[in-house]
Design a protein around this ligand. Structure first.
Ligand SMILES: Cc1cc2nc3c(=O)[nH]c(=O)nc-3n(C[C@H](O)[C@H](O)[C@H](O)COP(=O)(O)OP(=O)(O)OC[C@H]3O[C@@H](n4cnc5c(N)ncnc54)[C@H](O)[C@@H]3O)c2cc1C
Length: 396
């Protein structure tokens, strides 16, 4: 059985490792862990670390957003996987449910244009709330006001909501059942240091990926800072929040206002920001928080009515993360060094859409690796149940 290492500590690495294990490979998932995690069970350490990454910060919902060029089939495959997960178990176990998405726009033309371009997926019947009418732009009786902008136009769809605080533990448990081995490392894992142990390596290191590539990256990842604030919908108040996700497209693309209902009703996550940062250290963007958090709470309260921010011991309960934006998602074969012969695939730079693309990218990464290894691999072995041979002949 081919032995493959997946490097990374977020949703892209975990999904890639899971798909590889489902296909029958022996998988070692190698990730960086802080000192505080190193003494723990490896899968516990992975979970604790992953909750601190962009993947753990995300709200999240399936909608490719703030992302460079990507393949539609990565998004469609991921959509189908999340839909299946939403249908197979309680949302409290998987963290996934099918939610009503309401996208708000100021101008009808902007909404129409979006349906033709970034919202291409609204043509997929699996996202239609009403099978008769499909998805179209609707004019609201009463416009929603966000900041100083009126938003009278709405596009409604049904998409998976993925509550990462529940889904990441679920997926770690599933990967464990598939015998994925979790291997923490106190330092960054370099493909060149481990290549002789494996038949193939996939690097899924988010915004840190370029740093371990021997030829660097001609389109380096730009980290985009995201902030979320946790709040609860006040019981009994006149809440306008009837949809599971509301996203208002304001004129400032770096400050979309959005609200996502978690599986833990009545907790919602309020967003957000999409700022470029020069520093990959999240701490450096924190002084922005107080002002941004206040703005986020005010705008989301305008949309939804009464919201009560949830407090932690140190202030508001917030989440911060760096979306690894790249002008195009990087999913390709690469070389570890000039001399290396170990098959190597990179899978990173998913921006604000890593969760929306994770499963499709994982399958493509595996296909690339298998064809580079030259395996018609255990995964692509034709399944031959040999059933016809055992069928008795029963001539009349
Ligand atoms: C606030 C916010 C909201 C979001 N909302 C959504 C949403 O609704 N829908 C959606 O689809 N996406 C959303 N995203 C984007 C999504 O979270 C990211 O695209 C995704 O998490 C990227 O996953 P990743 O695994 O590539 O990177 P990360 O989550 O950043 O994980 C990378 C990990 O790999 C580790 N690593 C890197 N290099 C190495 C190495 N060499 N050796 C060992 N370990 C290494 C790092 O330490 C890190 O732990 C959101 C992001 C944020 C911040």
């Amino acid at each position: 059985m081919p032995k493959i290492s997946v490097i990374g500590g977020g949703i892209i690495a975990l999904s890639t490792a899971t798909v590889a294990a489902e296909l029958g490979h022996q998988i070692d998932l190698r990730f960086t862990a802080d000192h505080s995690c190193l003494g723990k069970e490896p899968e516990e350490a992975f979970l604790e670390q992953s909750l601190k990454t962009a993947s753990g910060a995300a709200a999240a919902f399936w909608t490719p957003f703030s992302v460079g060029t990507y393949r539609k089939r990565w998004a469609i495959e991921s959509l189908e996987r999340y839909r299946a997960l939403a249908g197979c178990e309680e949302r409290s176990k998987t963290g996934i449910y099918l939610g009503n998405l309401n996208l708000l726009f100021s101008k009808e033309k902007e909404a129409e244009k979006s349906l033709e371009s970034e919202l291409w997926w609204t043509k997929l019947p699996s996202t239609w709330p009403d099978k008769q009418t499909g998805i179209r732009v609707e004019k609201l009786d009463e416009p929603v006001v966000v900041g100083e902008h009126e938003m009278p136009f709405s596009v409604r769809a049904v998409v998976p909501v993925i509550d990462m605080s529940v889904y990441l533990p679920y997926l770690v448990r599933y990967a464990q059942m598939l015998n994925v081995q979790f291997t923490p490392s106190p330092t960054t894992v370099k493909p060149s240091d481990i290549e002789d142990k494996y038949d193939g390596i996939v690097l899924c290191g988010g915004h840190d990926s370029s740093n371990v590539l021997h030829k660097g990256d001609d389109q380096p990842v730009i980290p985009l800072v995201g902030h979320l604030v946790a709040a609860s919908l006040s019981e009994g108040s006149k809440n306008r929040f009837v949809d599971d996700i509301i996203l208002a497209h304001s004129s400032d693309v770096s400050r979309p206002a959005y609200i996502v209902r978690t599986v833990n009703h009545p907790v919602v996550l309020l967003g957000g920001t999409v700022f470029k940062t020069k520093s990959p250290a999240i701490e450096n963007s924190l002084p922005l928080n107080d002002l941004e958090n206040q703005r986020i709470i005010e705008e989301c309260s305008q949309i939804a009515g009464n919201l009560t921010p949830i407090k932690s011991a140190t202030g508001l309960q917030t989440r911060e993360g760096l979306r690894p934006y790249r002008s195009s998602v990087r999913l390709e074969t690469c070389s570890i060094s000039d001399k290396s012969k170990t098959p190597f695939v990179v899978n990173y730079g998913h921006g604000g859409a890593g969760i929306s693309l994770a499963w499709g990218c994982a399958s493509s990464a595996l296909e690339m690796l298998e064809s580079t290894i030259g395996l018609e691999s255990s995964s692509d072995d034709m399944v031959d149940p040999d059933f016809i041979k055992s069928m008795p002949i029963n001539d009349p």
